[in-house]
Write a protein that binds this ligand. Sequence first.
Ligand SMILES: Nc1ncnc2c1ncn2[C@@H]1O[C@H](COP(=O)(O)OP(=O)(O)O)[C@@H](O)[C@H]1O
Ligand SMILES: C=C(OP(=O)(O)O)C(=O)O
Ligand SMILES: [Mn+2]
Length: 532
Amino acid sequence: MTTPRVNPNKRLEDQGITGVSQAHYNLLEPALIEAALKRGEGRLGLGGAFLASTGTHTGRSPKDKFVVRSADVEDKIWWDNNAPMSPDAFDCLYADMLEHVKGQEVFVQDLYGGADAEHRLDVRVVTELAWHGLFIRHLLRRPEAEELATFDPEFTIINCPSFKADPARHGCRSETVIALNLSRKLILIANTAYAGENKKSVFTLLNYLLPEKGIMPMHCSANHGLDDANDTAVFFGLSGTGKTTLSADPARTLIGDDEHGWSETGIFNFEGGCYAKTINLDPEAEPEIYATTSRFGSVVENMVYDPDTLELDFTDDSLTANTRVAYPLDAISNASATSLGGVPKNIIMLTCDAFGVLPPIARLTPAQAMYHFLSGFTSKVAGTEQGVTEPQPTFSTCFGAPFMPRRPEVYGKLLQEKIAKFGAECWLVNTGWTGGAYGTGSRMPIKATRALLSAALDGSLKNAEFRRDPNFGFDVPVAVPGVADVLLDPRRTWADPAAYDHQAAKLVAMFAENFAQYVPFIDDEIKRAAIG
Ligand SMILES: Nc1ncnc2c1ncn2[C@@H]1O[C@H](COP(=O)(O)OP(=O)(O)O)[C@@H](O)[C@H]1O
Ligand SMILES: C=C(OP(=O)(O)O)C(=O)O
Ligand SMILES: [Mn+2]
């Protein structure tokens, strides 16, 4: 006899979700693909990848994300950054969504977030789309088959792209809604089929839950030295800064590309898969990510393809610049089997500076690292958020403000304590523009960024000669093997150095203006590291 693939006491009706025509519990990849094809959700691509398009929503909808303002979370949430929803409005939304799924087929995946068994969070993801079930099966982590019979989800996510919310009735902003109810342990997602909402809502949840356990949740990718899990590096960065690209380094073991926790013993991936951008993906520079786009079960999202040959067009951004592929970590040959790493030896803070002002790498003191972590300066790139069509400068605290339910100081203090205790080296890496701002200059060559990172991670960069940057106060190497010297000094890459100085002064003023909000919460050392 085979063991049941769902806990017989935790069927949907036990959770109050009744009347669906069929609930498919924990289908495996082939069955999810079969179902998705039968339902006309997309096409089977080359190599057995699933090709999906999401219609209007091809990126996250941060403005439509809400946290339910109930008494028990009132003091814990950073309300300036998280739009509140009343418990009554949420209850109404929940009731209406449950009514909506009556008579429908739904797909249920029981999964968890957190590779560290001690800190894992069991979640049930109920989706209207079979391919969303496939996506989240890749992105989260899978319990052993025999664990399913006793699986007891702590949180439940219900995702219905065909449900349209009503702002008047549901207290939201548009027909699209992502509502987190931390007291009822429910997340509701409606009127968007962008798959990234599923994974980023679990991330938001972990960002809420883990600080109380002394764990630092991080919007970062991570890798470690081949055969050396103690040589761990983490790469913080908002969307588009290079977390996924730069962590996939053939010379290192990949731990994960987006979300990790830092406990007393080391770091752990929250996820079990990756979600890579495919726009202009270069098969020579990124052979492994490229190969996943024609791999059985991969989810290819919003890529344009030839309807006859199914050949993918990597250059076509007509649906969105945010074209993606989702795959499990084991699709990458040098991925870690455990998704664990030691405490970080190097902390890289990635920024994509579209002003072309910041140097491609700078060494940060712990106080400067805190300053940049709280500031979170970068440019949003086209596509990952609805409505962003060209680089847009932003200060996204903790390099992930849209996913941070608590106040920045909470994460800042955790990181500060961990850096002080374990003594990581910190670096700021600009993967954005060089030779001028966006429009004039060009994006930093990936080769140069990789060479700089290799030098930082193998320790050789420590021996380089450094100059103190007059605008930002951090130390910048003067020469690094494999990188043209001129690149290391952005002022020299601009045709007009005076224009550089002008833009740098403007950026310094932006940093200072933004940082004022954190001054009441920080110690003197960080105040001294402040810019401007
Ligand atoms: N110097 C660079 N470093 C990293 N990525 C770069 C660089 N130049 C261009 N890119 C491009 O920028 C994008 C970075 O995206 P990605 O790695 O998915 O970031 P994230 O995972 O942080 O969202 C990729 O499309 C990559 O090809
Ligand atoms: C999935 C996302 O993450 P990233 O772009 O950081 O890879 C996203 O922001 O929608
Ligand atoms: Mn990524």
